[in-house]
Design a protein around this ligand. Structure first.
Ligand SMILES: [Zn+2]
Length: 487
């Protein structure tokens, strides 16, 4: 039996057919896989939910949400994430495995060794990614051998959605690390049989060599964190390089604002690639994959056979189709680490159903502008002068500003005195030929109106700022730096 459903078929099912499919797959998953999860076994018992009770997507409402706090390890409980890994044993298999699987074992069609090997292939964790975050300890999400096959398949689907075909050459510009972006890009290029180069990003291969590779190997597709891509394209443009082979820039790991798209497009035009397509992705470590736009204007195309996405309000009430709200994720297929009704904290403007007006696929699409919680909650929401400030607002404001080349926000104490008030410096390298005083006045007003704080805006030479950002030395550039002494 094939491991995955045929993507061409899944991506063209009618909405009502998708519902039937999701109900069936959810029923099967909850009945035969979820009992292998120590966390969900305990949760179902506590709330008196039977594994047979969840028959349709609508029944999901009976299951309490899972939050980051339930999964993230703490100093007191460092093994928490292990509770989310499916771990079948003999007793659990006898109680919960599907009849087909049991029959094969009981009727001796499989030897003891066959059974052992199959179980290990399906469940034994062999690979992992970590979530990033400053407040919580890094949380591992594990993949079994079967999951790696599914991971490849989801990478294949992503590229298929975006029209990235095997005749194109690909450069993986994500930082080499145990994070989803690098590995999904790696497997997607490999599974799609693209001739590809995994660079490991600026820290590993270095910007200069990556620029050389794009030009000399005539790369057609490049995957990047958008902030780093901008830096690399600017360097390449200054060197008057030829990137005319470049057809697609695929971005991950950060929100892509319209202003940044505009600036990236201008640089690409200078490099001889005026028609480069800038495609964004939405990745979720907990979902173990990512979703992609089929073109610059569409939403992120979901895989209805692999997950259920619910949209809820702040009290956790499920909202009708098309409503804006928080994205809640439930797996329908993963082994290894698996989550059900996971509250992402990511806010979207809604999910679109029916055929996509660009590619015709009928898979639901999450509208592209998503406010990520990973940026807000655990990293960028900071207490400044006693007020909570959403530092996330700085990204579109400064990266999207046409006359800003690079920027960094530094939070410190007045005179570096721990008892003093907080102050915010916005360090800016303006574009060549821009009047700084004029830019400073404009930015000051914008920051005041959109971030609701007052900040000192200071001019910084580009070279020095790039060093401070760690463009070539950090996995991810240091945009927001908190220099206040820890209390
Ligand atoms: Zn589409």
């Amino acid at each position: 039996m094939a491991l995955f459903m045929n993507w061409d078929r899944v991506s063209h099912l009618r909405t009502d057919e998708q519902s039937v499919l999701q109900d069936r797959r959810l029923r099967k998953y909850v009945r035969h896989q979820l009992p292998f999860s120590p966390y969900y076994r305990a949760l179902f018992e506590k709330h008196k939910i039977g594994f047979d009770d969840i028959k349709t997507v609508d029944d999901l409402k009976r299951i309490p949400f899972t939050s980051k706090a339930d999964i993230a390890p703490t100093v007191e409980d460092p093994v928490k994430p292990r509770q989310f890994i499916l771990q079948p044993d003999e007793k659990l298999i006898k109680e919960h495995a599907s009849k087909g699987t049991l029959a094969k074992i009981l009727w001796g069609k499989l030897t003891q060794q066959d059974v052992q090997e199959k179980l290990e292939w399906e469940y034994k964790p062999i690979h992992m990614h970590f979530t990033t975050g400053r407040t919580a300890l890094p949380t591992p999400f594990t993949y079994s051998s079967r999951d790696i096959e599914l991971f490849r398949e989801s990478g294949r689907r992503m590229f298929e959605v975006a029209g990235l075909t095997r005749d194109l050459t690909g450069l993986n510009g994500f930082p080499y690390s145990p994070h989803l972006a690098f590995w999904l890009s790696y497997f997607a290029m490999q599974t799609n049989m693209m001739t590809s180069l995994a660079t490991g990003g600026g820290k590993v291969m270095g910007t200069q060599k990556i620029i050389d590779a794009i030009e000399r190997l005539k790369m057609n597709v490049a995957t990047f964190i958008p902030g780093y891509a901008y830096h690399l394209l600017r360097e390449a443009a200054a060197q008057k390089r030829d990137f005319s082979s470049l057809k697609y820039l695929v971005f991950g790991g950060e929100r892509v604002s319209e202003g940044l798209r505009q600036k990236v497009r201008e640089l690409s035009a200078q490099l001889g690639a005026p028609d480069v397509k800038i495609i964004a992705t939405y990745a979720l470590t907990e979902a173990k994959t990512a979703w992609i736009q089929c073109t610059e204007t569409t939403g992120y195309h979901l895989y209805p056979d692999l997950e259920v996405i619910e949209i809820v309000d702040k009290d956790g009430n499920v909202l009708p189709d098309g409503s804006p709200g928080e994205i809640v994720y439930t797996t329908l297929d993963w082994r290894g680490s698996a989550v059900v009704r996971y509250r992402t904290g990511d806010m979207c403007k809604g999910v679109e159903f029916g055929p996509c007006e660009v590619c015709g696929k009928t898979t639901p699409r999450i509208i592209a502008d998503i406010q990520r919680s990973s940026e807000v909650r655990e990293f960028q929401l900071m207490k400044i002068k006693g007020e909570l400030v959403n530092m996330n607002e700085f990204y579109p404001l400064l990266s999207g500003e046409h006359d800003v080349e690079e920027w960094q926000v530094v939070i410190k104490k007045v005179n570096d005195d721990p008892n003093e008030l907080d102050e915010i410096d916005v360090l800016v390298a303006p574009r060549h030929g821009v009047d700084f005083e004029d830019l400073k006045a404009r930015l000051g007003r914008k920051i005041h109106n959109e971030v609701f704080i007052s900040a000192q805006i200071k001019e910084e030479p580009l070279k020095k700022l790039l060093e401070q950002l760690g463009m070539e030395s950090e996995l991810k550039e240091k945009r927001i730096v908190d220099m206040r002494p820890k209390s």
